[in-house]
Design a protein around this ligand. Structure first.
Ligand SMILES: Cc1cc2nc3c(=O)[nH]c(=O)nc-3n(C[C@H](O)[C@H](O)[C@H](O)COP(=O)(O)OP(=O)(O)OC[C@H]3O[C@@H](n4cnc5c(N)ncnc54)[C@H](O)[C@@H]3O)c2cc1C
Length: 297
């Protein structure tokens, strides 16, 4: 199913992001996590796309399995990194054969060892070009990334928004945001996007802060900021796994409750390949039009 249909029917969407395991041996654990997450009846599960060859193959394999064996709608991420048009065309054909209908079209980060993104010969330099190409190649529903605090390379937030609009004008059907830890960043971003003429659904991406080092590592690759109070609390809890997780779950509940009060179009949770915290969070929240079927222990 093309997920764009859900927003056109005014449905609130719930989705989770997973990533291919670094070590291939962990893939069975990932399928177990996905099956557990599926019990929360998300509208889709998104599978990230890595920079290296084997991770890429695994992304495709996982996305196909989620769709065809776990019977869970999937959003497959796809980047322009180290790919010429022909490579992307071949992946799109593979996706069509696997029945994948939804793609998150991304430029991707510069591969390790490069500090700037380099367009591959015969490839794409920006996500808007990838969106245009996907549109010309097949009948996919296409999402793109949005940055409430601006993309790390963007000159400023205004230019970044102009570039976001380019992706929508190229044919993107929806936007999923990067993590943010203060909802005001999202609300201001949403207001600016509307003023810019962006009319597609804007889905907030929520990253539960369950591990200080992991969060800081992710933040360091982006322009996302952490409020001083939150950072102090996380630092004080460092090394206390259970307490940190309890706090992170509470913080996410608080963040999501406020987002729901502010009528967001959906909710995308960065699961970091863990089901228990996601289940614990959603157990405390009533999502618009959703009934839970699974309770964590
Ligand atoms: C929800 C989400 C999921 C993600 N999943 C993955 C993943 O699976 N794999 C992965 O490798 N990475 C992923 N990323 C990270 C993403 O690849 C990086 O943030 C990357 O640096 C930018 O990708 P983009 O698609 O936003 O690029 P773009 O939209 O192309 O933007 C990149 C930069 O170029 C500027 N720009 C854009 N268009 C133009 C233009 N036409 N002219 C001039 N400047 C322009 C933008 O302002 C921005 O600064 C994800 C990010 C998000 C938010």
């Amino acid at each position: 199913m093309r997920i764009g249909r859900l927003w056109r029917q005014n449905k609130f969407t719930l989705s989770f992001e997973v990533f291919p395991p670094v070590r291939e041996g962990n893939v069975e654990a990932l399928y177990k996590t996905i099956s557990e997450l599926s019990q929360l009846r998300p509208d889709f599960i998104s599978v990230t796309y890595g920079a290296g060859g084997s991770t890429r193959d695994m992304s495709m394999e996982i996305a196909a399995k989620v769709k065809n064996e776990i019977s869970q709608e999937v959003l497959a991420h796809l980047t322009c990194v180290q790919s010429a048009k022909e490579d992307i065309a071949a992946i799109l054909t593979e996706m069509e054969i696997a029945g994948i209908e939804n793609i998150l079209a991304l430029r991707g980060d510069p591969p390790q060892g490069q500090d700037r993104f380099e367009r591959t010969a015969g490839g794409f330099g920006f996500a808007c070009e990838l969106v245009e190409f996907i549109k010309s190649e097949g009948d996919f529903c296409i999402g793109v990334a949005g940055y409430p605090e601006g993309h790390i390379e963007a000159e400023n937030i205004e230019t970044d928004l102009v570039n976001l609009k380019r992706k929508v004008d190229a044919g993107a059907d929806f936007i999923i945001t990067q993590m943010f830890f203060e909802n005001d960043h999202f609300y201001r971003f949403r207001d600016r996007a509307i003023r810019q003429g962006i009319k597609v659904p804007l889905i907030p991406g929520v990253f539960p802060v369950l591990n200080y080092r992991q969060v800081m590592r992710c933040i360091s690759l982006s322009r996302a900021t952490m409020p001083a109070k939150l950072e102090e609390k996380m630092m004080r809890l460092e090394g206390k796994t259970e307490e940190t997780e309890k706090f992170g779950i509470e913080y996410a509940i608080h963040q999501i409750t406020d987002l729901l009060r502010n009528e967001v179009d959906g909710l995308h949770i960065y699961s970091m390949n863990r089901s228990a915290p996601v289940l614990a969070i959603l157990n405390e929240i009533t999502l618009p039009g959703k009934t839970r079927t699974f309770k964590p222990e």
